[in-house]
Design a protein around this ligand. Structure first.
Ligand code: MRU
Length: 345
């Protein structure tokens, strides 16, 4: 498999995640508008991956300038377009802020090519750092998994959602290397089926045993002692540990608590939004109603039926057993442990 996203000959290439697992096709973006649309339409998705895409989007935006005039205004336009693509994942805004800092540091340089090079360097570093952070998350998190255990995951927090290794699935990969007898249960994750389409696809490709279940089966399997632990990614974590992740995660966390099963969140530090005191401040994206009325292209409800389609929910910190980051594993109270981690840089 080629990487989830890569920079090649002044283009951003990404695997079209809407088409998986049926077809492995790649989308080429030549300007920032194409990157913005790829994020909006979920060609690329997953919090860290959209951060990387947005960083490359900035590079393409600046490369598209016809001349050196109006740098500031043009940069703001490109930045705003990418910023408005998806509201929940902190990593998108974090990556854009990184790129804005590079722009600011080079704003007075008379050399436009130099600015472009500096932006490209930073975008490539963001991609590389994500890969390294995910490997470190896996390195810490594997200690939480024992041989023979079964792990429930929700949505896709894997290589496809990151620069290539995964957060929750990074832990799975690292644990599998030591305990080849672990088993993953993947929630299908309606409405867009990231669990069924993407998690199952990438785990099967790595030879990691996976069983697909529909979202409403998780409670039953927990009650029957068939799940040892839950492991999910995150889109944004408030400083008290409240965690936004794919819709349905909250229900899984409540079920895990009811059944005495640990619920772990795996995420890099740049998913944590220290400006938010609690999860009620996390913006929750509402997506198009047709995603609920249809499965793929097939209508499964009256075409005009009213629909709600929040793409994420917030799991209160009290249901989170631990958060696994690239700097280590932290436990409640998260206000203190996350802050200590932040200062540990
Ligand atoms: O709407 P999506 O597919 O972008 O949602 C993705 C998730 O909710 C993932 O679990 C999250 O981004 C963590 S990815 C490492």
């Amino acid at each position: 498999m080629r990487p989830t996203i890569e920079w090649r000959q002044d283009r951003v290439i990404m695997i079209d995640q809407r088409k998986l697992p049926g077809e492995e096709v790649y989308v080429e973006c030549a300007d920032h508008e194409q990157v913005a649309q790829a994020i909006e339409t979920m060609v690329i998705r997953g919090a860290p991956a959209i951060g990387v895409a947005a960083a490359y989007g900035i590079v393409l935006g600046v490369m598209g300038w016809p001349d050196d005039s109006q740098r500031e205004e043009r940069f703001v336009r490109v930045y705003r377009r990418l910023e408005e693509t998806r509201p929940t994942a902190r990593n998108l805004f974090w990556a854009l802020e990184q790129m804005r800092d590079v722009f600011a540091a080079n704003r007075t340089s008379s050399d436009l090519a130099g600015l472009q090079r500096a932006l490209l360097d930073r975008a490539q570093a963001i991609e590389q750092e994500d890969l390294e952070m995910c490997r470190r998350i896996g390195g810490w998190g594997k200690a939480l998994v024992q041989g023979g255990q079964t792990i429930l995951t929700h949505c896709n927090a894997g290589g496809l959602a990151t620069a290539g290794y995964g957060t929750a699935l990074g832990v799975v990969r690292a644990a599998f290397a030591e305990h080849p007898d672990i088993l993953v249960y993947a929630d299908e994750t309606r409405p867009l089926l990231q669990g069924a389409r993407l998690t199952c696809w990438e785990l099967e490709r790595d030879g990691i045993p996976v069983v697909l279940i529909t979202d409403n089966m998780a409670g039953h399997l927990m009650q029957k002692n068939e799940i040892s632990l839950v492991l999910t990614g995150a889109d944004r974590i408030a400083r008290n540990g409240d965690t936004a992740n794919k819709i349905g995660t909250y229900a899984v966390a409540v079920l895990a608590r009811e059944n005495g099963i640990p619920f772990y969140v795996a995420a890099p530090m740049n998913t944590i939004d220290f400006s938010l005191t609690g999860g009620d401040q996390i913006p929750i994206e509402e997506r198009h109603p047709d995603e609920v009325r249809k499965v793929g292209d097939c209508l499964i409800a009256p075409p005009q039926v009213r629909v709600r389609n929040p793409a994420f929910d917030v799991t209160p910190a009290r249901f989170v057993t631990a958060i696994i980051t690239e700097r280590g594993i932290v436990y409640p109270p998260f206000e203190d442990s996350l802050e200590a981690l932040r200062r540990s840089s």
